[in-house]
Design a protein around this ligand. Structure first.
Ligand code: ADP
Length: 604
């Protein structure tokens, strides 16, 4: 439906009402005025007739000489501005102030004459047959001694009455016009006064709709508008508060989701992503920014995850699965899918709106499990080799070899070597398990120690092997260099590294043992050899337990495969780390990185 402005609805009605009222008042006024005028004129004519009644009756009574009557009419009518006519009961006109009486026709049929002769004189207005204009007539009977001698008629042209009335009407119309203009202006202002506050309310409401709740509507001066704007202001304040609460809650939820380590993916009934947090996007290598609203198939191309979501949809209960991703490293995700329920409205039976999947990255856990499994297998394997050997030789001895002294000595010395080997493995395992215990334990104390002293005593431990292989050890270290260390453990680590360098160096080579403070503040201890070196693919796993590049060679050299694992643990206890650089055929550099020392180096 076509809508009009309130102003244009109110204003014409006001205006029309006022105009009609004024017209009605004007019409009624002019009618009353006319009636009043007629009455007054009638009365006037009547009194004039009554004034002349006596004189005319006397003349009539004198008899036949009607000339005198005609003259009398002419004489009296002129000054009185009234037409006077005298008529005999038979209708014959015997005197008239305007026309010669004998030229006039019989007046017996004139209504005022009939009324006067009937004894009920009353004014009548009609066009004059004689003069041809509208006239008002009043006629009274002229009686003497109970006999009607004639009728005296007084009349005035109504033209003059109408003229006066018209003038009055024009004045009234002028007044109506002025009042109408004033009324129009007044009703315009009145309508504006009603519509203006409504306009303001409308503008305010539009501002609210745009989200600007700081705006307040003016209260205006009418009770109704004040109440309305008050209510709207309250509504705006309420909305503002609710909106803030909603935004705060959304921010909180988003903060929680984005701070979670677990990945969270929520999809609706149509498999479109409702929520995907940063961790989820990272774990699934999806685009966090664009995921929302798109279908899960598009966002995550993993059939296992899609199947999990599907089975939660179909089974309507929690489902767990492990998802393996290759991108390119192997990663394990533990996924838990549950039905996503709507908690709105509170108290109602929750409806199912989709599926929620929580993803935990269990790669580390799986890796550790594998390492542990491998470790147990390795330990068993490592222990079994010397034990099998010992058992074999002991059985051979028991089977009679004991009787041959040469063989017996050789076999027993092999048994002794294998026992040493067993012992070495067990020693190393014990060292490792000690190191693996809680690093906070009290017997591990770190205190400032001179690095050079530690390096020197480690080199001294390896002295026999060095001499045996005719190697040279080149030690470079500022005697003042200090670090926060557990001297015994750090020495053990250096011994392991120097021991390896000795084992894998060729006859007559030089091993460099150095320590320095690097610009980053770290203190770095290096053991550098020019031995066989290590192929690149082995480097990442070199510090794992029992990891050996060449098992046979390591065993032959009396290695347990645990030396570098022990080094790694010792460095961890120092809050540092161990690294390796190596080039096959060129040699290897093993570095121990210690965090910032407690004191700056000082001269010895
Ligand atoms: P092992 O007791 O066998 O030496 P480690 O844990 O000390 O065990 O060393 C692990 C493996 O790393 C060794 O078996 C060897 O293959 C390799 N390795 C360690 N140090 C060196 C080195 N200086 N040069 C070449 N290979 C080395």
């Amino acid at each position: 439906m076509h809508k009009r402005r309130l102003l244009w609805q109110l204003f014409p009605v006001y205006l029309l009402t006022m105009l009609l009222t004024l017209l009605a008042a004007g019409w009624y006024g002019s009618r009353t005025l006319k009636e009043f005028y007629y009455e007054k004129t009638g009365g006037n004519l009547m009194s004039r007739a009554r004034l002349l009644e006596e004189e005319i009756t006397r003349q009539l009574a004198k008899g036949e000489d009607y000339h005198r009557i005609d003259d009398l009419c002419e004489r009296l009518g002129g000054p009185a501005s009234t037409r006077l006519t005298v008529i005999l009961p038979n209708g014959r006109v015997v005197g008239d102030s305007e026309k010669p009486a004998d030229e006039m026709e019989n007046h017996a049929d004139r209504p005022e004459i009939i009324a006067a002769l009937a004894g009920t004189p009353h004014p009548s207005v009609r066009p004059s047959d004689t003069l041809g204009i509208d006239m008002m007539y009043v006629a009274i009977p002229l009686e003497r001694d109970g006999r009607v001698l004639g009728v005296l008629r007084t009349s005035v042209p109504v033209m003059s009455i109408e003229g006066s009335l018209r003038a009055v009407r024009w004045q009234v119309a002028g007044g109506v016009l002025v009042v109408a203009i004033l009324a129009a202006v007044a009703s315009w202002f009145l309508a504006r006064r009603i519509t203006q506050p409504l306009e303001q309310l409308k503008r305010g409401a539009e501002q609210f709709a745009r989200g600007d709740f700081s705006h307040r509507l003016p209260t205006g001066d009418s009770v109704e508008v004040a109440a309305l704007s008050e209510t709207m202001n309250q509504m705006a304040a309420e909305l503002d508060a609710r909106l803030r609460t909603v935004i705060r809650q959304r921010n909180e939820v988003e903060a929680v989701l984005s701070s979670m380590v677990e990945g969270v993916v929520a999809v609706d009934q149509r498999h479109r992503v409702i929520t995907l947090n940063q961790a989820g996007a990272r774990l699934l290598t999806a685009n966090f920014e664009t995921a929302r609203g798109r279908s899960l198939e598009e966002v995550v191309r993993n059939p296992r995850l899609l199947a999990l979501v599907e089975s939660v949809f179909s089974e309507k209960e929690a489902v767990e699965d492990e998802i393996v991703l290759y991108d390119p490293d192997e990663r394990y995700l533990h996924a838990q899918g549950t039905v996503l329920r709507d908690m709105e409205p509170p108290g109602a039976r929750p409806g199912e709106i989709g599926v929620l999947v929580v993803l935990h990255d269990v790669t580390q856990l799986r890796r550790l499990e594998r390492v542990r499994r491998d470790f147990v297998a390795n330990v068993s394997h490592e222990l079994r080799t010397p034990i099998t050997s010992i058992k074999g030789f002991v059985e051979t001895l028991l089977d009679g070899a004991l009787q041959q002294p040469d063989d017996a000595v050789r076999f027993l010395s092999i048994v002794a070597i294998q026992t040493d080997r067993l012992n070495a493995i067990i020693e190393d395992l014990l060292t490792l398990s000690r190191l693996e215990q809680d690093p906070q334990r009290t017997d591990l104390t770190l205190e400032p120690g001179r690095i050079r002293e530690i390096l020197e005593s480690a080199v001294a431990v390896c002295e026999p092997a060095v001499t045996e292989k005719d190697l040279t050890i080149d030690l470079t270290c500022d005697p003042g260099l200090q670090a926060n260390v557990n001297a015994a453990l750090l020495e053990q680590a250096v011994v392991n590294l120097v021991g390896n360098a000795v084992k894998y160096s060729d006859q007559g080579q030089t091993i460099h043992v150095e320590a320095e403070q690097v610009p980053s503040g770290e203190i770095v201890l290096r053991v550098r050899d020019h031995g066989c070196g290590i192929a690149r693919e082995h480097l990442p796993r070199l510090f794992e337990r029992f990891y050996r590049v060449d098992k046979a060679r390591s065993r032959k050299l009396g290695g347990t495969g645990l030396g570098l694992a022990i080094v790694k643990h010792i460095m961890q206890l120092h809050g540092g780390r161990a690294t390796v650089q190596s080039e096959p055929g060129e040699g290897s550099i093993f570095s121990l990185h210690l965090p910032h020392p407690v004191e700056a180096s000082e001269p010895a």
